[in-house]
Design a protein around this ligand. Structure first.
Ligand SMILES: [Zn+2]
Length: 130
């Protein structure tokens, strides 16, 4: 307890780093005979050491900034995946287009023949087959 007082401890980035190091360790085991195995081992060790360094660090301000940056990145990546899987679920009933002028994603019901699509964001109109 006393040892960990004032130190950063484990946070989300730490958890991710431990998972990453475990992943690289597994990779190193499976690819042990190839030169790739050695680099995976180095990466595993690097992730683990960085995780420990962060957990034991007393510069909690800097560490929490790193964690926040990691969470922002994670949110962006997960958001992209969520959007992708959401579209995969709806692909039977809808087609997805990007607005040619503002690049917003637009959803059009499928099987309506040629439709004129009006972008909700910028009002641009274009013809698409649905
Ligand atoms: Zn638009």
């Amino acid at each position: 307890m006393k040892f960990m007082a004032g130190r950063n401890g484990t946070d989300q980035l730490c958890r991710f780093l431990s998972f990453a190091s475990l992943f690289f360790l597994l990779l190193a085991t499976f690819a042990a005979s190839s030169p790739f195995g050695a680099s995976a081992l180095v990466l595993a060790a690097a992730c683990l050491f960085y995780c420990w360094f962060r957990a034991l660090s007393k510069n909690t301000y800097r560490r929490s900034q790193e964690n926040a940056a990691y969470l922002r990145l994670q949110n962006r990546v997960l958001g992209r995946f969520r959007g992708f899987f959401g579209r995969m679920k709806q692909r039977k009933d809808y087609r997805f287009y990007r607005c040619p002028s503002c690049k917003a994603r637009l959803r059009v019901p499928k099987g309506k023949g040629k439709v004129s699509v009006t972008c909700r964001g910028c009002g641009a109109k274009f013809i698409k087959k649905s």
